[in-house]
Design a binder for this molecule. Structure first.
Ligand code: AHR
Length: 495
């Protein structure tokens, strides 16, 4: 099979905001306890953070990490995670039906994020709480005044503000599973009022309003319209969340789900623009795709989980090679929408539907999905080029005319490189790829990295890395994308 990608130096989608390579740590399962934090671990640092995990996180160069939830945040009292650890309450955590010890809270997490080289993206509880607690939390984190909550932070050992710039106004408030879920009208009003006063406390922050919990919600569309009708003038981003699975074991259809993500982004951008038009506003609302991933492998095990344990192994999906192909394709979708999607968070980061896994008291290793993320985050910096792609197409389930080639093209002005990310979705045929860069001078392929395994269900486990990238020798000839493979091709321009 043959395919072509044509790009032109003058035709760009926009500059990639590095925050699209963000991730997420929720107080859920072993993400925090046994994941990023384990004081007795042989690699624990002075604050009890696992250094082996930090090293893997740092490789991913994650610019921003959402915290503390997720569903967890809708029943959370942020004060429980501050001050003297010995006095912190053990609580019934209703979202995931576990016991929360509160040994980690914002006091510790902001320090972990610093060590990981990331900003914190903080969520406030609009489930059981409201504007009052949100503004207190913001004052605690960011204020430099001589006022109660800023002084409390100082008493707790933090003279300098945490300076958290991005705040989520609740989480998935449309979902019936959410603690304190709301109608669009109820949420829109409380989100607008919370946003208004949070910006009075700190005008430098950016706010994210909750969009629908996923594209399939029955209230999708109406929810966005109503919420934005109330919040448009006060917020900076609308959130999107989406997880995909392959429970029917139909790989071709599963691999098409990045096309669904593409349609979802286009729809939400269109809704934002409709509200903008209706309000005669000059402001463009951008998107925060702050939960995305594959999630389905662990669902049966989780349904059988005994309740009220401390940090049990919840949502521990073991990712296959085909999951990595979809995650790689979803990253390309995010890059191709960089004009609207300014923040995105791979959900999540450690142990919970995560690229990084650990054993309590043992080692840490990386899952298959770690690799496409690593390369996108490392090399997908610069501006996305508008690609004209020619290739064959196929039909799988509801997906008609799906292209065999999924791709994105990023131009990095600093390194003068074009970086192509590409997945060949054919399960049977290799693809001969022609890359045609226009107005870039003479170009030379520097490197091709490939993620491939004959077995679509191959997985990585502790001490057994079945799926890892390899360098493909580059010559003068055409580029070959193996059947069902993920690839990154770097071209030096202006030779
Ligand atoms: O990431 C796991 C969960 O998925 C989050 O807590 C919630 O926001 C979503 O439903």
């Amino acid at each position: 099979m043959k395919a072509e990608i044509r790009v032109n130096r003058h035709f760009t989608v926009g500059q990639i905001d590095r925050r699209i390579y963000g991730s997420f740590i929720e107080h859920l399962g072993r993400a925090v306890y046994g994941g990023i934090y384990e004081p007795g671990h042989t690699t624990a640092d002075d604050q009890g953070f696992r250094r082996d995990v930090l090293e893997l996180v740092k490789k991913l160069q994650i610019p921003i990490v959402r915290y503390p939830g997720g569903n967890f945040v809708s029943g959370y009292n942020w004060e429980d995670g501050t001050g003297d650890k010995a006095k912190r309450p053990r609580k019934m955590e209703l979202a995931w039906q576990v016991v929360e010890t509160n040994q980690v809270g914002i006091d510790e997490f902001q320090e972990w994020a610093k060590r990981a080289g990331a900003q914190v993206m903080m969520a406030v509880n609009l489930g059981t709480r409201g504007p009052e607690e949100a503004r207190n939390c913001l004052e605690y984190c960011n204020s430099t005044l001589d006022t109660h909550y800023a002084n409390l932070r100082r008493q707790n050992g933090f003279p300098e503000p945490f300076d958290i710039k991005v705040w989520c106004l609740g989480n998935e408030m449309d979902g019936p599973w959410q603690i304190g879920s709301k109608t669009a009208e109820e949420y829109g009003r409380v989100a607008a009022e919370t946003a208004k006063i949070m910006k009075w406390v700190d005008p430098s922050i950016e706010l994210v309003a909750c969009g629908s919990s996923n594209y399939d919600m029955l209230t999708f569309g109406d929810w966005e319209l109503t919420v934005l009708d109330h919040t448009y003038d006060y917020v900076d981003y609308l959130s999107l969340h989406q997880y995909y699975g392959n429970p029917e074991d139909d790989t071709l259809e599963f691999l098409c789900k990045s096309d669904d993500m593409d349609a979802f982004i286009r729809s939400v951008a269109a809704i934002c623009d409709a509200v903008k038009a209706k309000k005669h506003s000059d402001k463009q609302l951008n998107l925060s795709f702050d939960e995305w991933n594959v999630w389905f492998h662990s669902q049966d095990a989780d349904a059988k989980m005994e309740k009220w344990q401390v940090a049990p192994p919840q949502l521990e999906d073991v990712y296959t090679f085909e999951d990595a192909l979809l995650v790689g394709s979803m990253l390309m979708t995010l890059q191709n929408h960089c004009d609207r999607v300014k923040i995105a968070c791979l959900a999540q980061l450690v142990n919970v539907i995560a690229p990084i896994m650990t054993e309590n008291g043992g080692s840490a290793w990386v899952q298959t999905i770690f690799y496409p993320f690593l390369y996108a985050s490392t090399y997908g910096r610069g501006s996305t080029l508008r690609s004209i792609v020619s290739c064959d197409s196929f039909t799988a389930g509801k997906y008609r005319d799906a292209a065999y080639l999924v791709s994105s093209a990023v131009y990095n002005e600093e390194t003068q490189e074009i970086v192509i990310f590409a997945v060949n979705r054919s399960l049977t045929e290799d693809m001969e790829l022609d890359i045609v860069p226009e107005n870039f001078g003479r170009c030379r392929v520097l490197e091709q990295v490939e993620l491939y395994h004959e077995d679509l269900k191959a997985v990585n486990r502790k001490d057994q890395e079945a799926v890892s990238p390899r360098s493909v020798p580059v010559g003068e000839g055409k580029i070959t994308l193996k059947k069902h493979s993920w690839n990154m091709i770097r071209l030096k321009t202006g030779m």
